[in-house]
Write a protein that binds this ligand. Structure first.
Ligand SMILES: *Cc1c(COP(=O)(O)O)cnc(C)c1O
Ligand code: SF4
Length: 353
């Protein structure tokens, strides 16, 4: 990889900084400034360093460099694609399932993904919860003893100062009914230098604390990112991953296989592969469900079961996530037919009870 001209100490946040970094043509700066006015840009040094400027189809650049097509709202696209609002009883809480709740203390991220399903909510200008709002959100969780798991999401909760994060973790851990605290984050990938001893100390708890890492391509897992993940797992935090299936980034079986093997080798268990959400201005990333099913089928026979995520769709409108992976079973008069990983169909007779 050739080094980028952009000074690697700074996060690129504007179209002209992306042009300076050689990631967009200077002539396109004005058009992309209009995109930036609507959807935030942040391309931090640790990921800038992982982009190959000689590759016009670089999978990291494709995820993070804005495109003029983002100003086009597709007819099938939604302002709130997974229906967060419908399940938000108060600011900072999304409560869609009885046993678990999202707590969103911040709406900023270390990096802004162009396909983000919350792109209309997140950005550097979006206000974090005010102290009173955070207290109200914590009270909501404290008062509902049916809540068994709290998912810190956002935005990215790991952009919080360690002291603030620690106060939230400690408050949750003190609630008897909260058994599991889960953190959804892209920080170990985007700003691995933020995974400091202070951050690790803030995550220490008597309750189980899991971290679900958002990562879409093995190229995002450079030495600094892997070291950050290692610090987290050495601190006793089990690591899982979630990836979004994205056109032009990871939409072939070999790329997914490399990603999932790289994750598993680094003690990160692939958890979800998300079908892309219908967020506005994200058409260039979407692909048919049938294509995702075919990819999952191709992985089944050739990749360790430990490395297989569940392929899920978040049903537009706020109806929840469901597995949408390939179906290996079909029912008939004699019971079932089941397809093996090589595509051969076998009878599985089952007599009615
Ligand atoms: C995704 C999501 C969850 C977590 O779902 P799991 O299937 O447990 O990973 C919980 N609440 C909301 C609102 C979500 O969007
Ligand atoms: S890190 Fe997550 S919330 Fe933030 S921009 Fe990316 S997908 Fe959206």
């Amino acid at each position: 990889m050739t080094a980028l001209p952009f000074p690697r100490k700074r996060t690129a946040r504007t179209a002209s900084e992306l042009a300076e970094a050689g990631l967009i043509a200077p002539a396109g700066t004005a058009a992309l400034a209009a995109v930036a006015a609507r959807y935030a840009i942040a391309l931090p040094p640790a990921l800038l360093d992982r982009i190959d400027p000689g590759n016009p189809a670089d999978p990291i650049a494709r995820q993070l460099v804005p495109d003029a097509s983002e100003l086009v709202d597709g007819a099938d696209e939604l302002q709130d694609p997974i229906g967060d609002h419908a399940h938000s009883p108060l600011r900072g809480i999304v409560h869609r399932y009885p046993d678990r709740v999202l707590l969103q203390p911040v709406a900023t991220c270390a990096v802004y993904c162009r396909y983000c399903f919350r792109r209309e909510q997140v950005g550097p200008d979006s206000a974090p919860l005010r102290p009173g709002e955070l207290d109200a959100a914590l009270d909501y969780i404290r008062n509902d003893t049916g809540i068994w798991e709290v998912i810190l999401s956002g935005g990215d909760p790991l952009v919080l100062a360690p002291g603030k994060l620690k106060r939230i973790i400690d408050a949750l851990a003190a609630m008897d009914h909260v058994a599991v605290i889960r953190i959804h984050s892209r920080v170990p990938i985007a700003t691995p230098e933020h995974v400091t001893d202070a951050l690790l100390a803030s995550l220490r708890s008597d309750k189980a604390v899991y971290l679900v890492l958002h990562v879409n391509h093995a190229q995002e897992l450079g030495p600094e990112q892997i070291a950050a993940c290692r610090r987290l797992s050495d601190a006793g935090i089990p690591l899982l991953s979630q990836s979004v299936l994205l056109r032009g980034v990871n939409d072939d079986a070999a790329t997914l296989e490399t990603l999932f093997r790289t994750l598993l080798r680094n003690r990160i268990k692939p958890y979800y592969l998300h079908h892309p959400d219908r967020a506005r201005g994200t058409a260039r990333f979407r692909l048919p469900l049938a294509e995702g099913q075919t990819l999952m089928k191709q992985l089944r026979g050739r990749l360790s079961g430990l490395a297989q995520p569940t392929y899920v769709l978040d049903i537009p409108g706020g109806y929840g996530k469901v597995p949408v992976g390939p179906d290996y079973l079909s029912e008939n008069d004699a019971g079932w037919s089941v397809e093996d990983p090589a595509g051969v169909v076998h009878a599985y007779p089952e007599t009615p009870a």
